[in-house]
Design a protein around this ligand. Structure first.
Ligand SMILES: Cc1cc2nc3c(=O)[nH]c(=O)nc-3n(C[C@H](O)[C@H](O)[C@H](O)COP(=O)(O)OP(=O)(O)OC[C@H]3O[C@@H](n4cnc5c(N)ncnc54)[C@H](O)[C@@H]3O)c2cc1C
Length: 417
């Protein structure tokens, strides 16, 4: 039972927001050619770092006022209020000019819940509150040059040395590592077990001088990813997540949350569709029945995805874990966005690849170039289809010996005995 009514809570939240932030001006109806066309421009690393700092400060302020983890446990600074209070606060916050929550997507959406579920008492005491308060940001250190879809083939190793572990290896595609304070890493701790069984998860300090972070440039021009080298990085045993050699289950907790959070964005940004429709009208493409049908298809796709996301949210509200069906939601996001990109490419043609200065044309380039990455992030399309086939439709698993043989025997680069 909540110790404050929803109405009083809203009044309290509004009072707080009015005391610390300016209201956003009422959004004018979108008119093609008016205002900035800076729709989806990617930030450079300096802007990303500045943005992360601002977001951290904002999160600390709202956490201290009681709005940083509304439904979280009191033990770590939460208020233990029902999810409806979270939603009520979010509805109010969007009306104010406050730093965005972007830098916390992986940190609070994926890594922190994993630490809550699998961390030692010491690790949970040390990190959970600080992560929710925004003092820290966490990244996800899973993928390697030789282990992406087949994550369990990873070869970064962790060797025990008394009360510590020594981690050596390379990770890649790590989003936001350059502004993160800690990371969740999966490393191999037993080469004689089958590949899924000899893994262990740890929390690692990203500021450790033995952690080397190098940027990776994307075709959009940005560099929000990194490749990371671990050169005998020492981690205390109380920074282990879960049992030794049970890292695969820890990774699954994170991956399930990843798919849920990627999928939950699939409702389609209202402004996005408004802009696309305005673009079609501006170039009089809306008169063409084929284009109309294509656009209608895109809009229906986004609507259906929004309803699916609501179904999933209702499940979570009932206390059920997001399951494999969340993969469908992620696939819907990818398909809808890909269809939209096809439409934009046909509509804008060469204006997408060279900046002619014409309003609202080249402005889409980042969106178009960033979309293929979605097909890969959080599990590629093909892997998602495999998951749906096996776990939702009950089709037989692909045969293979690599899940039963000792990893040392199947990986050419594995250390020999
Ligand atoms: C935007 C973005 C953000 C990311 N952020 C992070 C991050 O923060 N941390 C992190 O650890 N990683 C991150 N990644 C990496 C991501 O998890 C991997 O790229 C992904 O798992 C795919 O691995 P891979 O790139 O090695 O491709 P591969 O696994 O080598 O796949 C290559 C191709 O083979 C196909 N394929 C592979 N296996 C099968 C199969 N069994 N059946 C059918 N087809 C198959 C794939 O679908 C793909 O088309 C990010 C990636 C992107 C694009």
């Amino acid at each position: 039972m909540a110790d404050i009514s929803l109405e009083d809570f809203r009044a309290e939240a509004l009072k707080f927001l009015e005391s610390v932030a300016e209201r956003r001006p009422v959004e004018k109806e979108f008119v093609w050619g008016e205002g900035s066309d800076n729709f989806y421009r990617e930030k450079d690393r300096a802007q990303e770092a500045k943005n992360a700092e601002e977001s951290k400060l904002w999160r600390q302020k709202k956490f201290d006022a009681g709005f940083g983890w509304i439904s979280g446990p009191k033990q770590w600074g939460g208020r233990e209020l029902p999810g409806a209070y979270d939603r009520a606060y979010s509805e109010l916050e969007v009306q104010f000019k406050v730093p965005d929550n972007g830098p916390f997507g992986i940190s609070l959406g994926m890594v922190t819940p994993t630490i809550e579920d699998h961390g030692s008492d010491a690790a949970r005491e040390l990190y959970v509150r600080r992560l929710w308060r925004g003092e820290m940001i966490a990244c996800q250190l899973f993928s390697e040059p030789g282990a992406g879809s087949d994550l369990a083939s990873l070869t970064t190793k962790a060797e025990r040395d008394g009360e510590e572990w020594v981690i050596t290896g390379q990770k890649v595609w790590t989003t936001g590592a350059h502004y993160s304070d800690i990371g969740e890493i999966i490393a191999r701790t037993d080469w004689d077990m089958p590949k899924h069984k000899g893994l262990t998860a740890f929390i690692v300090d990203m500021k450790d001088p033995r952690v080397e972070i190098r940027p990776l440039k994307q075709m959009t021009g940005g560099a929000s990813f990194n490749e990371i080298f671990f050169n005998e990085v020492r981690v205390r045993d109380d920074h282990r997540l879960g049992d030794v050699n049970n890292g695969w289950n820890v990774a699954l907790t994170t991956l399930m949350n990843e798919r849920a959070s990627i999928g939950s964005n699939n409702a389609g940004d209202k402004n996005l569709l408004t802009r696309v429709i305005a673009l079609a009208k501006h170039y009089e493409l809306d008169k063409d029945p084929v284009v109309r049908a294509h656009l209608a298809d895109v809009i229906i796709g986004f609507r259906v995805a929004a309803m699916n996301a609501q179904r999933a949210a209702a499940k979570i509200k009932l206390g059920q874990l997001p399951g494999p069906e969340m993969s469908i939601t992620k696939m819907a996001l990818v398909n809808n966005q890909a269809k939209l990109v096809t439409f934009l490419s046909h509509a804008l043609g060469a204006k997408l690849i060279a900046d002619t200065g014409e309003w609202g044309t080249y402005a889409w380039a980042n969106f178009v170039l960033g979309t293929p990455g979605l097909r890969i992030a959080g599990g590629s399309d093909e892997v998602m289809r495999n998951i749906v086939g096996e776990r939702v439709l009950g089709l037989p698993k692909e045969p293979g010996i690599d899940s039963v043989s000792p990893f040392r025997d199947i990986k050419v680069s594995a250390p020999k005995k």
